[in-house]
Design a protein around this ligand. Structure first.
Ligand code: NPW
Ligand code: K
Length: 515
């Protein structure tokens, strides 16, 4: 499990650790780890550190101090290091160390800075770290834009300047890094978009914070976590013991959603998929998936004829008319977990009582659907996805999987789970129906809503990557790639997780990063 923390949590842990260490120890650990990553990147790019050109952007706080000390270490190895002092103040000891090591430092001047950035092999962004608040002010904002245009490798110190470390929000200009070297533990903003997108590959430097960290703010499953959680058939398993999932989806008007949800469910590891719906989608499901057990419904109350299931998926393509409402009520009257998606969420927005039941409910909205459920403008949800996923779980009393460029899974009193495997290729009609089927199957296989949702999001992302491999895909391709996705996880021991370079650095302490 990769865990991440807010700035306040990190500061509290740092204070506790610092109280036990000589002054400056943590900054030296941070700078040593940062310099080691920069040296490796320079060697990859230029063949060696000696003779390479490095520009250090130093803000007025300790983030600038880290960058200056790392610059000093690179200068001692023969790099030509130029520091741009962009703040009203500068970290004095860091600056002195850089100058002693042969580096040069000048106040920010747009033309000269642009000139040296154009020639730099590597740029170290030490403008602001966890002390940043709100949109970058000038001249930092101008500098961030300049850095993003520079041809060299961009390394952000702790967090890319302009990204809110606690939320991932970006309120204006922000540095887009190739690599972010973060200290002590991941910050939440490095895992949540748009921050995650700005961070590039993240490398964590262990500065010994582990024992002082509280419960995490957010967490991200790793491949190994997903492999551990996925239900596996045992020797004594039969099709019923592996779980049976029911799919209540599709309508005379929308037939494809039913076919795709069943397709996702069939690859989710259950022993059986039952489909119940109107005659037309039932016929399509039957002809596309002979493996599914299909019950055509004339009336919603006929749902009881579909047979026993351990979980239901309700909503894709269902429509929102009275028949759909009656069907939703019948499914929700059961005593098994229900995943509500798409039209079921539109119905729930108009009839909140649908969400009130004793058995678990997992909802899988995108931002627009959650906006309707909460009565909040969609744009606000998109700008503050983490906050609204949490608020929805608390207000509605359900588990929430909020779809989007970073999919989030929120449940009350648990860290929000962040999915790191998504790919923009998945932004295509019908992929959500596949996700619903897959998550429903995992629910029927015995996972909790929280685990089923986060494992399904992870697998769905990997399946999207496997299916796409750099080319456009249709939703059906994603369903078909699920087995290959699972196989790749089982086989991938030692392969870095998406969003990391897989090379954690341990500096100065044997303590492991928490999680
Ligand atoms: N504590 C530790 O043990 C360790 C901490 N470490 C490091 O320290 C970093 C935190 O350092 P920090 O607290 O000094 O804050 P930091 O991120 O440098 O920024 C503060 C300054 O930024 C400015 N500023 C803020 N918002 C702005 C905006 N929107 N636009 C423009 N400017 C803005 C504001 O400047 P001012 O306006 O006051 O001139 C403020 O003073 C942390 O990320 C890690 O790198 C490591 O060495 C490991 C050990
Ligand atoms: K930074």
């Amino acid at each position: 499990m990769r865990t991440a923390y807010t700035s306040d949590q990190i500061r509290a842990a740092e204070a506790a650790l610092m109280a036990r260490l000589p002054e400056g120890t943590l900054m030296q650990r941070a700078a040593a780890g940062l310099a080691a990553v920069c040296a490796r990147l320079l060697t990859d790019r230029c063949g060696r550190v000696y003779g390479s050109r490095v520009v250090v952007l130093a803000g007025s706080g300790d983030n600038g101090g880290d960058a200056l000390y790392a610059g000093a270490r690179l200068a001692r190895r023969g790099a030509a290091v130029r520091a741009v002092l962009a703040g009203s103040r500068v970290h004095r000891e860091g600056l002195a160390a850089l100058v002693r090591a042969g580096g040069r430092a000048d106040p920010y001047a747009a033309d000269e800075t642009r000139r040296i950035l154009d020639r730099a092999d590597l740029v170290v962004d030490g403008l602001v770290g966890i002390g940043g608040a709100g949109a970058l002010r000038e001249p930092y904002a101008e500098l961030a834009d300049m850095v993003n245009d520079a041809p060299g490798t961009i390394v952000a110190v702790d967090v890319p300047s302009g990204v809110d470390a606690s939320t991932g929000r970006v309120a204006g200009a922000a540095v887009r890094a190739h690599v972010t070297v973060t200290f002590g533990a991941y910050k939440t903003g490095l895992l949540v978009d748009p921050g995650a997108e700005h961070a590039g590959a993240v490398e964590a430097v262990d500065i010994g914070l582990g024992p002082y960290l509280p419960d995490p703010d957010v967490a991200a499953l790793t491949a190994a976590d997903v492999v551990d959680l996925l239900p596996r058939p045992r020797a004594e398993s039969d099709k019923y013991r592996r779980g049976v999932v029911g799919i209540a989806a599709g309508s005379e008007r929308f037939t494809g959603a039913a076919v795709l949800a069943v397709g996702g469910a069939l690859r989710g590891g259950v022993g059986m998929v039952r489909y119940a719906g109107p005659a037309t989608p039932a016929a399509y499901v039957r002809s596309r998936w002979p493996e599914a057990v299909v019950t055509p419904l004339e009336h919603a109350r006929d749902i009881t004829r579909a047979g026993r299931v351990q979980a239901w998926v309700l909503g894709p393509g269902l429509g929102t008319d009275d028949t759909a409402l009656e069907l939703a009520r019948s499914v929700l009257a059961s005593d098994v977990p229900v995943l509500m998606d798409a039209d079921a969420l539109t119905l729930a927005a108009a009839h909140r009582r649908l969400l009130h039941r004793d058995a678990p409910v997992l909802i899988t909205p995108h931002a627009g659907e959650l906006a309707r459920l909460l009565g909040v403008p969609r744009e606000r949800i998109e700008a503050e996805r983490l906050e609204y996923a949490r608020a929805a779980a608390a207000e509605l009393g359900v588990t929430v999987l909020l779809k989007g460029s970073t999919t989030l899974v929120a449940e009350q009193h648990r860290p929000v789970r962040i999915n790191t495997t998504g790919t923009p290729w998945l932004a295509a009609a019908g992929t959500g129906d596949v996700l619903s089927g897959l998550a429903g199957a995992l629910l029927a296989g015995g996972l909790s809503c929280y685990d089923a949702a986060s494992c399904a999001a992870y697998l769905h992302g990997v399946a999207g990557r496997v299916a796409a491999s750099g080319a456009p895909i249709a939703a059906g391709d994603v369903a078909e790639a699920i087995p290959a996705a699972v196989r790749s996880l089982v086989q991938q021991d030692g392969v870095p997780e998406p969003g990391t370079t897989g090379r954690p650095h341990q500096v100065g302490t044997p303590a492991k990063l928490k999680g």
